[in-house]
Design a protein around this ligand. Sequence first.
Ligand code: NAD
Ligand code: 0WE
Length: 266
Amino acid sequence: MGFLTNRKALVVGVASNRSIAWGVAEAMHRQGAEVALTYQNDKLKSRVEQCSAACGGGPVMPLDVTDDAQIDAVFSELKQTWGHLDILVHAVGFAPREELEGSFVDNTTRAGYAMAHDISAYSFVALARGARALMQDRNASLLTLSYLGGERALPNYNVMGPAKASLEAAVRYMAHDLGPEGIRVNAVSAGPIRTLAASGIGDFRKMLDYNAAAAPLRRNVDIDEVGNTSAFLCSELASGITGEVVHVDAGFHAVALSGNALGADD
Ligand code: NAD
Ligand code: 0WE
């Protein structure tokens, strides 16, 4: 028996079998959860349907998180098919491509800043509001995906940094607001992983190598590791954890100067 047996999970953010959301969906399914998936647009529909078939064949629905009507439709369908919801996973982030390079100050526009925050941070709050009524009195939990760029500055992540900082603050305010209803709210801050959102990012390979060289575990993480920690956080094994940001990054966030860089080992 898995530790999520009979739990109902909605996972938002699968675009391919490399998506972090897919690692989370698979891990939750392995632990016995029933999994519903959403797809952002028709281009992604058939890929997400294939993913769904590979993790139990739960409900599959369209969802662009900038559209309030689509958010409402997802939760009315889940109310009809499941009647309630135990887990909501938000693994969505977006900023205009051209604002993810070069000078943060010069390249960040008012519209790009608003879009990054709308899609990457506000949408978690909007989904929580939609899920709230379905999550009453069942030790439900919400989870989002963040990145170290929300805590510290690094090249090119630019406007996504403030958006992740906003997302992590929202985790704490949502935990404060929903805790009295028994709903927990947490984030996993993942190390860099080659997904669609990482493709086309200049020097991503160099970043992966840098992270692997400096991290205490001397390697990068994969979507199964992020998925397993996410499944744990959304389970009763984590019943005392809320308002938390857990780093799944081989320890990279914990060090300022790696022994490796000084030639101390490896
Ligand atoms: P991905 O491209 O597989 O997933 C991003 C998802 O966001 C896609 O499914 C896409 O459809 C969805 N999305 C974008 N705009 C949307 C909208 N308007 N409505 C609905 N969905 C929308 O990439 P990923 O790396 O798996 O990203 C998932 C999450 O993980 C993001 O929040 C990202 O910031 C975070 N993250 C990624 C990494 C990494 O290195 N890949 C590291 C830490 C955190
Ligand atoms: O959060 C992310 C990805 C964010 C992202 C990626 C894209 C690419 C395509 C947001 N919006 C877009 N828009 C697009 O048009 N990560 C944590 C992965 C990531 O992205 C980076 C990173 C890392 C790590 C961008 C620059 C530097 C590092």
